[in-house]
Unconditional design. Sequence first.
Length: 58
Amino acid sequence: MIHLSVAVGRFVEALFYAVLRVAGVITGVVLLVALAGLVLFLLARWMIGRGRRKGAGR
């Protein structure tokens, strides 16, 4: 009976770490997508602002 308890404990531990690993990967992907979106947003703002200044001088 003790062996079964150890096996169940190891299974639960492995399941717990698998869930944490998947959650960590998802969190990393979400952070990378958010960072890429921020960079693209700032780049677009900079390019639009640069275009307005260039057009205002004509």
